[in-house]
Design a protein around this ligand. Structure first.
Ligand code: 2RA
Length: 340
């Protein structure tokens, strides 16, 4: 006995990874359907060794379906998520639309699984922003041991976070630099991304931060602890897949680097690769396709009494989006629907 599950936005970067991960983790499926907009109708998607042909989201009847993993923009989510939820299908939404809604749980299963109890208020569960998900997996075990007061994070975010068009822009712009006459002007990004870094993700806010930075602050507070102060600088870098983050934390209680390393080694969802030698750390190209959140460069921050620095890398399409959504579906099945 398994679940009847829909993947909405099945032809996008995240939607395709959702299908891959459902198959890789042998999620108990009785029926699965790939839904997309009219313009992607009929597109074929892989689900393990099966091929699904996308069906029309606009006319789909969600009645009798257990869960729908949504990987479409906020505007389309606003239109279709309530339709699915009202039909009795639990929506697990990857857009930012519902993340800050007090009636919608925002969940990273390794961090706040009990929040799943609140799903029935709207029959919707929110998936966090990719840059938040990998960070809170690392923060949670350290917070439980030494109570984090403040987080300073700089991110190095890959272009896949902006979608397939951005990946094409990086590829073509890079080629164009070496092939005269094939220069590619910035389109997805305001400036050249090839061999460059851009300190701007999403829109600018009144206070000069960007919405991506605001998301990391708001979501960390909702998922881990509202008392934690967070300041973020989110940067786009010329990497195809894999977000990296430089994280500095200040804690209430002193936590030495060796104890922090052991705590992280034991924590769910984390792999510690941390040797003080050439290559003794993880880089984005090595995390692609993995489930883990990798931690390296763990070391004391001697400029404050209780400070630690570390490096955090994860596949933004997986833990940052599709994997976390599938883990929420697994949690929903174990704790609530209990059919699998
Ligand atoms: C990005 N976190 O990396 C945003 C959305 N995926 O572009």
């Amino acid at each position: 006995m398994g679940y009847r599950i829909a993947v909405v936005g099945a032809t996008g970067n995240v939607g395709r990874e959702m299908l891959n991960i459902l198959a890789e983790r042998q999620f108990p499926v009785d029926a699965i359907v790939a839904l997309a907009s009219r313009r992607s109708l009929g597109t074929e998607c892989s689900f393990g060794d099966k091929t699904l042909t996308t069906e029309d989201l606009d006319t789909f009847d969600f009645a009798g379906w257990d869960m729908a993993l949504f990987a479409i923009g906020s505007d389309a989510t606003k239109k279709y998520a309530p339709v699915a939820a009202r039909a009795g299908c639990v929506v697990i939404d990857n857009s930012s639309l519902y993340r800050y809604d007090p009636d919608v749980p925002l969940i990273v299963p390794e961090v706040n699984p009990d929040a799943i109890e609140g799903y029935a208020r709207k029959n919707i569960i929110a998936n966090p922003n990719c840059s938040t998900a990998q960070m809170v997996v690392a923060l949670k075990p350290l917070h439980d041991r030494a109570r984090i007061k403040r987080v300073v994070v700089s991110t190095y975010q890959s272009v896949s976070g902006s979608g397939k068009e951005a990946m094409d822009e990086l590829w073509n712009q890079t080629k164009g630099i070496f092939v005269p006459g094939q220069e590619v002007a910035p389109k997805v990004y305001p400036k050249q991304i090839a061999f460059n870094v851009i300190p701007h993700i999403d829109v600018f806010m009144e206070d000069g931060s960007t919405k991506e930075e605001w998301k990391m602050v708001a979501e960390t507070k909702k998922i881990v602890d509202a008392s934690i102060k967070v300041t973020a600088t989110c940067v786009r870098v010329p990497v195809f897949v894999g977000h990296a983050e430089s994280i500095n934390i200040e804690t209430e209680d002193f936590l030495d680097e060796e104890e922090a390393r052991e705590i992280l080694r034991e924590a769910p969802g984390i792999m510690v690769i941390d040797k003080r030698e050439d290559g003794g750390y993880v880089t984005p190209v090595e995390c692609v396709g993995d489930f883990a959140t990798y931690i390296s460069r763990i070391r004391q921050d001697g400029t404050i009494d209780n400070g630690l620095n570390f490096w955090c890398v994860s596949d933004n399409l997986r833990k940052g989006a599709a994997l976390n959504a599938v883990q929420i579906a697994e949690l929903l099945g174990r704790r609530v629907l209990q059919k699998g």
